[in-house]
Design a protein around this ligand. Sequence first.
Ligand code: TTP
Ligand code: MG
Ligand code: MG
Length: 396
Amino acid sequence: MISPFVLHIDIDAFFAAAEVMMRPGLKGKPVIIGGMPDERGVVSTASYEAREFGVHSGMALRNAARKCPDGIFLRGRFHIYERISGQFFKCLSRFSPVVEAVSVDEAYIDLSGMTYFRSSVYEIVSRIKDAVEKNIGLKVSAGLGYTKLGAKLATEAAKPGGIFFMDDEKEFISGLSLEKIPGIGPHTLVILQGMGIKRVHELREKNFSLWKRVIGHYFYSSPGEYRKNREPKTRSFSRETTFMNDIRDRNMILSHLAYLLDRLSVYLVEKGLYAGRVEIKVRFSDFSTFTARVSLDLPTYSYQDIWKRSVPLLDKLLEKRKLPLRLVGIKVEDITDNRSLLPFVSIRGEELSRTITAIKKKHGFSSIFTAREFLLNRVYPVEKEGVVLKTASLTK
Ligand code: TTP
Ligand code: MG
Ligand code: MG
């Protein structure tokens, strides 16, 4: 099951809310941005209090003054909105490498990388929303969908201040009347209505190529591109070794595995790569070979985190035969090099692996080992740059 992964965020009553933040005395009042009530020109936006009087963006100022005589009319200070807008996008970019600005106060954010995480995407959305609001000091609305169109419509449903999850997006959009679709202008609308086409599903049935042009791109091009960019490359790295003599002792097998993972983890740290899956391989003395694999909670290069998932795999494999082992190997796959950063995920294991890598780089690979690995120096010569295994093989 794919979870919805396109997030759309839009600041509520942006210019008006910014003015209220700068002048708290305006809180709760009908604030109208765009100019003075007797001036020519139009309203750029109005606070939600003013909207209750029927004032909206694009309305003539004089008309707005008639509808809302007690409205507080302001010209607007664009340098302030620009600064907040910059802050808004900067904050969003902490959560995902794919942030697409739509206008000064709204963006699409690709969360597909977050499916690696155990916590639900719904939880992530509310954390992002909270973080943005804290950062810029203004309320935002958030919509989550499978496509950009779905996400945008979800935000509309969430306004003001809410979060809306578009779970049945296809049905929802199919039933919409065409004027709700961003990108269908009044001109196109009139033509379509003349053809008896009012709703999205009617357009799809009666004029598929037009549907594809005006709506299809929301469904196909952009989110597809999102996914493509975010898909881990089909690379893998492995380290394995055949033992000097076949081994029965579990601890000794674990020591070899720990050493192989140590090498792999250091390699990943140095390359700045994260592994999404780990696979363990064993070959018994009769040459029968088995593998087992598991997806990691989040892509990582952390020795600790990969180790924790590897040991149960090894134990499971050791039960396959009652024979001693001649080979053990470890492979990491689903490699990605730009994992989305989430400040609320523990990366202690990664910090440790980075530190260990730095020490090894400075003082030699053998300068620091885990306790597990130490058993090896009973069996193999240890040189500055590592343990001299009988056969070490690595693949890229
Ligand atoms: P919007 O996001 O469309 O509107 P909004 O943020 O004021 O209100 P909400 O999202 O809660 O519905 O636009 C963002 C800002 O862009 C808006 O505060 C002012 C400016 N703007 C104009 O100057 N002219 C316009 O016609 C519109 C629609 C917006
Ligand atoms: Mg807005
Ligand atoms: Mg907007």
